[in-house]
Design a protein around this ligand. Structure first.
Ligand SMILES: [Zn+2]
Ligand SMILES: [Zn+2]
Length: 152
């Protein structure tokens, strides 16, 4: 299994290639114990998709189809519900707070319960929204640069 610290330099390289100012967001501010605890919880409730490369979270879902988990962030006393794919992205970047704050963690694969990190993209809301056109046409319109193409 590839550890986060092996993935991290690659992540920074991608950030630089995309000229995105997100490198400082991935700052290892998330304690190891927190990352391990929640990653364990997420992995226990995942299954491989049968027909593609999605990794599906099988736990609690909202009516809108997004998965949720109650999280107590380091330094906080209360549990708050959080989308599991967003938490997964936070664990991989080891960030307590993703920056910019209003960015979405969007699904390149259009599968709401997927937690495969290579199917997730941190991007502005309008880029995430533009992916709906790709979904309705069942092919990527490839107009999301510098963010990745959809996986359809
Ligand atoms: Zn996926
Ligand atoms: Zn697309």
């Amino acid at each position: 299994m590839i550890t986060f610290r092996e993935i991290f330099p690659k992540y920074l390289k991608i950030c630089r290639e995309y000229s995105l100012n997100m490198a400082e967001a991935a700052d290892f501010s998330m304690p190891d114990a927190f990352a391990k605890d929640y990653l364990d919880r997420i992995i226990k409730k995942t299954e491989k998709s049968l027909n593609n490369t999605c990794i599906l979270y099988t736990g609690r879902k909202t009516k809108s189809g997004y998965t949720v988990i109650d999280v107590r962030l380091p330094g906080h006393s209360r549990f708050v519900p959080m989308n599991v794919h967003r938490l997964t992205y936070m664990i991989h970047t080891r960030c307590i707070q993703l920056n910019p704050k209003n960015y979405h963690v969007s699904h390149l694969c259009h599968t709401k319960s997927c937690v495969n990190i290579s199917h997730l993209s941190l991007e502005p809301p309008h880029v995430n929204n533009s992916r709906q056109n790709c979904l309705s046409q069942q092919r990527c319109l490839k107009n999301h640069m510098p963010f990745p193409d959809c996986i359809i």
